[in-house]
Design a protein around this ligand. Sequence first.
Ligand code: ATP
Ligand code: MG
Length: 414
Amino acid sequence: MAALQPVRGTHDLLPDAARAHRAVEARAFEVASRFGFGEIMTPIFEFTEVFKRTLGDTSDIVTKEMYTFEDRGGESLTLRPEGTAAIVRAFISGGLAQQVPVKAFYRGPMFRYERPQKGRQRQFHQVGIEILGVEGPAADIEVIACGAHILEALGLGGTVTVELNTLGDVESRAAYRETLVAYLQGRKGELSEDSLTRLEKNPLRILDSKDEGDRAVVAEAPILADSLNDASRDFFARVQEGLAALNVPIEISPRLVRGLDYYTHTAFEFTTTKLGAQGTVLAGGRYDGLVKQMGGPPTPGVGWAAGVERLAMLLADPPPAPRPLAVIPAGAEADTLALTVTDRLRRAGYAVDLGYSGNMGKRMKRANKIAARAAVILGPDEIAAGAATVRDLDSGDQEAVPFDALEGALDRFR
Ligand code: ATP
Ligand code: MG
């Protein structure tokens, strides 16, 4: 154990980074609220089965990435690698099926044992939304539009593309599966070992492989669009029409599939050219079979998750640190006055920094260092006059303000 180091792939968020991170979450939630989503908070660990059963035995997450452990009671638990399975578990165990449609927003840490690199961590954070209980394409349109609004609100409009595909309904997927397997059998020799396993269990997953040899094979594979039945084709057309009406620019990406087993119909990824290989910032799709597969009443679903770290890196206008007032007492007799003035100003809603020690010069230095907006100076002269010297630290202008008028007089420095 390397003591006193963060675990590989985990990061502390120091104040500047934490502020950007919280801003991403807050803006995402604000926009999602406008779309009618309400927050659901689930535990960060679940019974291992919750993820194992839903994500599928051949998914990267289940085969390589889960943090699974036995607790002291002998239960197998897993730190959540993603949010959808947990939300669906809550939907079922909380009896929310009576209240569909359910529109859930979630945020928080996710855990995956991956090879850490830029934009890829072992503890990372997501925000996500899910709509449960809506069969038609209106829900697909709404979740994608909500994602687009959020990225706009983060100042990323124009830098992202929405790649869109359809996996079709169960019948279309089955038809495609046959076509795909026939093709892949012919090029078996070029596939990675992982993909040979997938060929048996879940050949569609091969389309999502990151192995270069696999990718070359996939590039020439027959596409899903050619296996779609009329119903699936129509569903996809209606999703595209809705997005066109909302001016959400899309790019049809015939080979886009999502890495998890439970998707049907719509699949999409929002990508940016700004993050190199880790360019996907938001990804999701429709998962009509999932609730039933987890033991709930058959309920369609559609949603997405976005990586908060990746979005925070791209944030066009990271929020600046708030600029406090600095209360600066000079001389021992001013200390108690400084305490009470500070307290009153804080109660009036100001952010106030009270230096803990040092002479006036040292405290002024600190005020500048924390980018205080103004200094409220309390020295012997001020005490004698019953008025503080208030110095605007941007302009250098100063004025005398009676102690009992401070709350109102400092309004412009908020
Ligand atoms: P990838 O293909 O990059 O591995 P994924 O399919 O595993 O992505 P999802 O499960 O769809 O990703 O997660 C949605 C989003 O969460 C991603 O688009 C990304 O922004 C973010 N994300 C996923 N894994 C990580 C990670 N290990 N570190 C940081 N962000 C991540
Ligand atoms: Mg992954």
